[in-house]
Design a protein around this ligand. Structure first.
Ligand code: ADE
Length: 246
């Protein structure tokens, strides 16, 4: 899968991209991340990328020309133009379902904003998928782009050692339960014991304990997930069941 990140701060990315699972996925050729500096498409001696807003007000607005021209030039670089995603607090909210949807794409072009946002004509012309990672305002879209890359890369086939492991992740379409508690050695730490059932090797009993623990944690912390139907069923299961009744 190919990612292209368009940003005014490409130097923010290599440290993050060079670590752990993501680095491994890149080394193994499963994922490619290309960084592009929007300023390279700015014209004039000062390479300005922003200007004051028409109508007044604080801050600066990213100008349409360098942004649109950067996106169009980058889209020419690959086999397909890819899906353009603009990171903004005003977008639809990113979640595991959107990550699953994106992981089916061959290519994502992630556009990171700064300052007071983009000139509206960037959105009108490019018609990007506007995406927010939550109801808070970051200083720019770069951290949000890293969040999207991180969540999507986990879902690219072959990236995780065990093909099953992302299917059981909380919030994936087959699971709306939070993860059960995990323990490793030592068996006792500062008076806190590992639950007895996990030590005995009785796998059906362990599976039942984990299921109950997941349910209990979800009930306590995220009751809203349980209100959405059977938390262990996929939405496809639920659709099939309701059509069988019709
Ligand atoms: N840029 C600034 N805040 C953001 C957010 N919450 N999500 C995505 N991009 C952003």
């Amino acid at each position: 899968m190919r990612f292209d990140v368009l940003t005014l701060f490409p130097e923010m990315f290599p440290g993050y991209l060079g670590q752990s699972l993501l680095n491994l996925a890149i080394q193994r050729g499963l994922v490619e991340v290309n960084l592009h500096n929007i300023r390279d498409w700015a014209k004039g001696k000062h390479k300005n990328v922003d200007d004051r807003p028409f109508g007044g007000g604080p801050g600066m607005v990213l100008s349409p020309e360098p942004v649109v021209e950067c996106v169009e030039a980058v889209q020419q670089l690959g086999d397909s133009p890819g899906r353009v995603v603009l990171l903004t607090p005003g977008g639809r909210t990113f979640n595991q379902r959107v990550a699953e949807e994106f992981s089916d794409a061959q290519r994502l072009v992630l556009l990171c904003g700064r300052y007071e946002g983009f000139d509206q004509r960037v959105i009108d012309i490019l018609q990007p998928d506007e995406l927010s990672i939550g109801d808070f305002v970051l200083n720019g879209g770069e951290v949000a782009a890293m969040v999207v890359i991180d969540a999507v890369v986990r879902l690219v086939p072959g990236v995780l050692g065990d093909e099953q492991s992302n299917k059981q992740d909380s919030f994936s379409s087959g699971n709306r339960l939070l993860e059960f508690a995990q323990y490793t050695r030592p068996r006792e730490y500062r008076g806190h014991e590992v639950p007895e059932v996990l030590l005995g090797g009785n796998h059906p009993a362990i599976a039942e304990w984990r299921k109950q623990n997941s349910l209990e944690r979800t009930r306590q912390r995220r009751g809203d997930l349980l209100d959405q139907g059977d938390p262990t069923k996929t939405s496809a299961d639920e659709t099939n069941e309701s059509s069988a009744v019709d």
